[in-house]
Design a protein around this ligand. Structure first.
Ligand SMILES: [Zn+2]
Length: 368
């Protein structure tokens, strides 16, 4: 399968893997966090070893882009490690492993969160929904935004787990709806510090700088974790340019790589990136990259702990090797979700006059 994929990709496989949080106590964290964002430090280390054993050279995003563009040739297949969102766990538990093993990595930062104690909407909502479950709380739907029933109904009736319901919901609703539900639910649950998750904190700029000094790369991931295909042109430009400039100012590096929030992109978003000094954009489309392919629609495999768990529930080396070799993709057993979305780009002024000032404001988008 590896040989077939290699031939199909133009002579070399270029695998880009994506992680969110790398944690020390996976079982404990599983009780309180979105499972699909987690991998234990131990399994993360094994993934790097497995990629190496599968014949990949663990390399930087810049190398991968150069090989794809034909600017240089690779002696081996390439594997690039990426992290989204700048969670502090990455600094604490991935960075030491990467450094020790001499493996490069890039972390994509939503800059308005870095150095603050803010939490992402997806983490806040997950936490609140778990409180609702624990307290056997019956929400008063009349006092919640209309879309709440769609989110809470399947959870309270036991049809869906919190993370499955959240996944479906976040893919369909703009951030404004999420923040309205968060506010209303917090109020109904009586407020209090325990309604904001303790976990899910992000790096500060000192931590980013320390990693950068060790050669680790950073890319932009908007200001407010904004899904750009839902935004007017001015917002797209601001989110892209200001996040790039903020990292460059804080860290003293040149930022040329971008990760699309929610994995969603459009021709317009790509145009803004390429006109402003970017060289790449990563998606969450689980397809193989091809030599000669578009550097602004780089395909990625999003990995978490359970991708390596075999039938017995323990870590499986062969299953992990299968994931890295994309056996399930080759066999047509995986069904990747395309990230290209229609983008009816309008200016803020136009949006103002059509939808009223509220719709044109720049809401903070926070989806994993
Ligand atoms: Zn993200």
């Amino acid at each position: 399968m590896a040989a077939w994929r290699r031939a199909q990709s133009g002579g070399r496989r270029i695998l880009i893997v994506s992680y969110h949080r790398v944690v020390s106590d996976f079982t404990g964290e599983l009780q309180r966090s979105i499972p699909g964002l987690l991998i234990s430090q131990e399994t993360f280390r094994k993934h790097l070893e497995e990629a190496h054993a599968a014949g990949y050279e663990l390399t930087s995003i810049g190398d991968a882009v150069d090989v794809m563009a034909g600017r240089r040739t690779a002696r081996k297949d390439l594997c690039v490690v990426t992290f989204d969102d700048g969670y502090r766990d990455v600094y604490r538990y991935a960075y030491p492993v990467l450094k020790q093993m001499g493996v490069p990595a890039i972390t994509y930062l939503p800059t308005a969160f870095i150095g603050t104690d803010k939490r992402f909407n997806h983490d806040r909502l997950f936490h609140l929904l778990r409180r609702v479950q624990e307290r056997r709380f019956r929400p008063l739907y009349d006092a919640l935004p209309a879309a709440s029933l769609e989110l809470l109904g399947p959870i309270l009736s036991g049809q869906k787990t919190v993370s499955a319901a959240l996944d479906d919901f976040i893919g369909e609703h703009p951030t404004r709806v999420l923040t309205d539900i968060i506010d209303a639910l917090e109020k109904q649950l009586g407020g209090g510090a325990d309604l904001v998750p303790e976990q899910g904190d992000v790096m500060n700029w000192d931590e980013v700088r320390r990693m950068a000094q060790d050669g680790f790369e950073f890319g932009a991931h908007t200001l407010g974790h904004t899904v750009l295909t839902l935004e007017p042109q001015e917002v797209v430009e601001r989110e892209i340019l200001e996040s790039k400039r903020t990292i460059e100012r804080e860290v003293g590096i040149t930022v040329r790589d971008f990760a699309y929030c929610n994995g969603w992109y459009s021709d317009e978003v790509i145009r803004v990136l390429s006109a402003n000094g970017f060289r790449s954009g990563v998606t969450t489309e689980d397809f193989p990259n091809r030599i000669g392919g578009d550097p602004f629609t780089l395909k990625r495999k999003v990995l978490w702990e359970n991708f390596s768990l075999g039938m017995t529930g323990d870590y499986s080396s062969s299953l992990t090797a299968c994931q890295f070799d994309d056996c399930f993709g080759v066999l047509g057993m995986s069904h990747p979700v395309p990230g290209r979305r229609p983008h009816h780009i309008i200016s803020s002024a136009m949006a103002n006059s059509i939808l009223g000032s509220e719709a044109a404001a720049s809401p903070v988008k926070e989806v994993p």
